[in-house]
Design a protein around this ligand. Structure first.
Ligand code: IMP
Ligand code: MG
Length: 176
């Protein structure tokens, strides 16, 4: 099949940089007196994570986690960890970074898995949020933008593993 994907820029590089800076400043203030461990959920958050962390002026630590969602109608939001954290998080102040909150199932499930590990605090930050699509009562503590029910790519987000390298967020249209 021919590639008929059509991209329409939603947030350009400069707009994203400004929003990410503001988020970084807010997080810097909120965690000023805390020992922060920031966790990237792979793969989608890698670009946001990298940019955001450059804007957090704190002596933080990082770790990575990867999950796969096997959601279907009978087992919605069944999430499996395919790469776990390197170290325990007990007693640590944790901020989880995700690319997008869609139904909310993935981040909600990961949150519950980490909650039982005894962190001192556990918060979440999603670059994008599609509240109209939510199927679980879960909301991020920090977010970049709320968007309508669009399928978006770029800035880490993929369609069939493509487009993650785009420096902007685009709405993907006309997919065959
Ligand atoms: P949720 O579990 O439904 O919240 O979905 C979360 C995951 O679905 C994200 O981490 C993305 O990998 C993927 N996803 C949801 N919406 C989009 C989108 O618009 N573009 C690309 N990936 C998306
Ligand atoms: Mg994905």
């Amino acid at each position: 099949m021919m590639n008929k994907d059509k991209l329409e820029v939603l947030y350009d590089e400069k707009t994203i940089a400004e929003r990410v800076s503001a988020l970084g400043e807010k997080i810097t203030k909120d965690y000023a007196d805390k020992d922060l461990l920031v966790i990237a959920i792979l793969k989608g958050s890698f670009m946001f994570f990298s940019d955001l962390l450059k804007k957090i002026d704190l002596p933080l630590e990082i770790d990575f986690m990867a999950a796969r969602s096997y959601g279907d109608s009978t087992h919605p939001g069944e999430v499996h960890i395919i790469k776990d954290l390197d170290k325990p998080i007990e007693g640590r102040h944790i901020l989880i970074i995700e690319d997008i909150l869609d139904t909310g199932q993935t981040l909600h499930a990961l949150y519950k898995m980490l909650e039982v590990r005894g962190a001192a605090s556990l918060k979440t930050c999603a670059f994008l949020d599609k509240p109209a699509r939510r199927t679980v009562d879960f909301y991020a503590d920090y977010k970049g933008y709320e968007i309508p029910d669009y399928f978006v790519v770029g800035y880490g987000l993929d369609y069939a593993e493509k487009y993650r390298n785009l420096p902007y967020i685009a709405v993907l249209k006309n997919v065959d």
